[in-house]
Ligand binder design. Structure first.
Ligand SMILES: Cc1cc2nc3c(=O)[nH]c(=O)nc-3n(C[C@H](O)[C@H](O)[C@H](O)COP(=O)(O)OP(=O)(O)OC[C@H]3O[C@@H](n4cnc5c(N)ncnc54)[C@H](O)[C@@H]3O)c2cc1C
Ligand SMILES: NC(=O)c1ccc[n+]([C@@H]2O[C@H](COP(=O)([O-])OP(=O)(O)OC[C@H]3O[C@@H](n4cnc5c(N)ncnc54)[C@H](O)[C@@H]3O)[C@@H](O)[C@H]2O)c1
Length: 457
């Protein structure tokens, strides 16, 4: 039976744009449905605007730190609407670029939310489209637990469009988004508390990184509250829905905040897809279940990116799209390597990490040694800031290969990318030691770890 398209992609985010663009350039007739703005989460309400906000908030510390370098100023003012609106203009420029990329590749863009009619048919705004293959790339959406007053909080989605900044904010959660936004708000001059229900922030990261980063966040001015959970929330004044919120914590403490951000995870965005009509099965949290070639329980339907709830990162969604393209066009079985994915948390200071944490290496029963150091970065010798950086390297004793690298400090995200290549290529500690350092940098610490910094043999 002939179909209208070779490929119909649902969702023009990181994974969907790449898959549709490359498939079309290789000769498929492709359409992509997008219910929001082109580029998806990363471009519109994720990585890109978040990083622009991080840059904006770093100036908040920069003015203070400049004094030790001889700069003085007559008071500094920050105008939130300028940052917010300049960010939005830049994102609109990127939306245009995504439109051109898709158009130039010959992809038909259909505006609207798609849902399944059957295994080869989708519907957008009442119109049906048939395709030999359908790719689900709808991403994820914020998860906010339900409790009394949960309608009075915002998610990361709203943070990009706030009418005004509050004087005082509470961020709830302990993952990437919570620590990144706590840093942004703090840097922009908002009195910021970060409440996490567990013992330490950033579960899943190396324990030393978690402990060190948490202390640095406190030093930077964030009020970090561990083992703290919210019972319920009310409007401070019932007649003023835009006004302060009163938070009743589980330990009995009561406090008012102008804004409460819940950054408590993201769940697959499948609710409106009518997956059952195509026989597509889902697992925990509604994640679309796929085999190693990104094929769902229905042979003609594929899925990748955040909707599969594996590793929620843009470069992962993009690499998955490229692997699926190689599977379709070259018949290559997918051998996606989810190990050694470098990642950065754009908190202040930032975190960069690749490979195993000390706890993961222990769980895997490896015989390994650990080098670790922390120091005052040269910039802060004059800035007056007490901020410190830390670095950590894990080495497998059997073959001397570096199996993990971790950093908390300025430029950690930039530095970890290069280390990701070295670790992926199988570099040994001897290779690191043979590499000439770039001086004076923080990064050179990674190639000058000596026996003195051996934390664990
Ligand atoms: C605040 C925040 C910051 C982040 N920062 C980073 C970062 O610094 N680095 C990083 O690597 N990752 C970051 N991420 C994660 C990254 O954004 C995601 O991993 C990535 O966008 C996933 O790509 P995707 O293609 O799976 O889905 P998405 O990019 O989410 O795209 C899905 C698209 O599908 C559309 N859609 C949904 N349902 C339908 C439907 N029924 N019909 C049509 N269209 C539909 C949506 O509107 C969306 O545009 C961040 C995420 C957030 C929320
Ligand atoms: N820099 C980056 O690359 C970047 C930045 C932002 C987001 N992301 C991606 O997006 C994903 C989602 O980010 P996130 O920060 O929302 O999720 P996350 O999974 O990283 O963190 C969620 C946090 O919320 C806590 N939590 C969950 N339920 C809760 C509840 N009921 N009450 C209180 N706390 C609760 C969890 O314990 C956890 O600390 C990340 O895992 C990451 O893959 C990446």
């Amino acid at each position: 039976m002939p179909y209208q398209y070779d490929l119909f992609v649902i969702g023009a985010g990181s994974g969907g744009v790449r898959a549709s663009r490359i498939a079309a350039s290789k000769g498929y007739k492709v359409a992509v449905a997008e219910g929001g703005a082109l580029g998806g989460t990363c471009v519109n309400i994720g990585c890109v605007p978040k990083k622009l906000f991080v840059y904006g908030s770093e100036f908040g510390h920069g003015f203070d730190e400049a004094a030790g370098y001889g700069w003085s100023h007559q008071g500094v003012e920050f105008n939130w609407s300028v940052l917010r609106d300049n960010k939005t203009k830049e994102i609109q420029r990127l939306n245009g670029i995504y439109g051109n990329l898709l158009g130039n590749a010959g992809v038909e863009v259909i505006a609207g939310f798609a849902s399944f009619v059957d295994a080869h048919t989708v519907m957008v705004d009442g119109k049906t489209y048939t395709a030999e293959r359908i790719l689900i790339a709808v991403g994820a959406k914020p998860f906010i637990p339900e409790f009394k007053g949960s309608d009075l909080v915002v998610s990361s989605n709203e943070m990009f469009f706030l009418e005004e900044l509050p004087q005082k904010a509470l961020v709830v959660g302990g993952g990437y988004i919570a620590v990144e936004f706590a840093g942004i708000l703090n840097g922009l001059g908002v009195e910021t508390s970060l409440a996490y229900r567990g013992d330490q922030l950033l579960r899943g990261f190396d324990q030393d990184v978690r402990d060190f980063a948490s202390e640095e966040y406190k030093k930077s001015g964030i009020d970090v509250r561990l083992n703290t959970d919210v019972e319920y929330i009310e409007l401070a004044d019932a007649a003023d829905p835009k006004g302060a919120r009163t938070v009743y914590f589980k330990d009995g403490h009561v406090e008012e905040f102008g804004l409460i951000l819940y950054a408590t995870g993201r769940v697959p965005n499948v609710a409106s897809l009518a997956l059952d009509k195509a026989g597509v099965k889902t697992g925990t949290n509604g994640a679309v279940i796929i085999d190693k070639n990104f094929t769902t329980s229905t042979k003609s339907v594929f899925a990748l990116g955040d909707v599969t709830d594996r590793i929620q990162l843009t470069p992962v969604a993009i690499k998955e799209a490229m692997a699926l393209i190689a599977y379709w066009f070259e018949g290559k079985e997918v051998t996606f390597d989810y190990d050694n994915i470098p990642t950065a948390v754009f908190s202040q200071p930032a975190i960069g990490t690749v490979g195993l944490s000390e706890q993961e290496a222990e769980t895997r029963g490896l015989d390994f040694r650990v080098y670790q150091t922390d120091f005052r970065p040269m910039k802060h010798t004059l800035s007056g800031s007490t901020s410190r950086s830390m670095m950590k390297l894990l080495v497998n004793n059997a073959d001397d290969k570096v199996i993990g690298a971790h950093m908390v400090g300025d430029y950690a995200g930039e530095i970890i990318q290069g280390l990701g290549i070295a670790i992926k290529a199988g570099a040994t500690k001897a290779d690191f030691d043979d590499t000439v350092g770039v001086h004076p940098t923080s990064a050179e610490e990674f190639v000058t770890f000596s026996a003195a910094s051996l934390k664990k043999k």
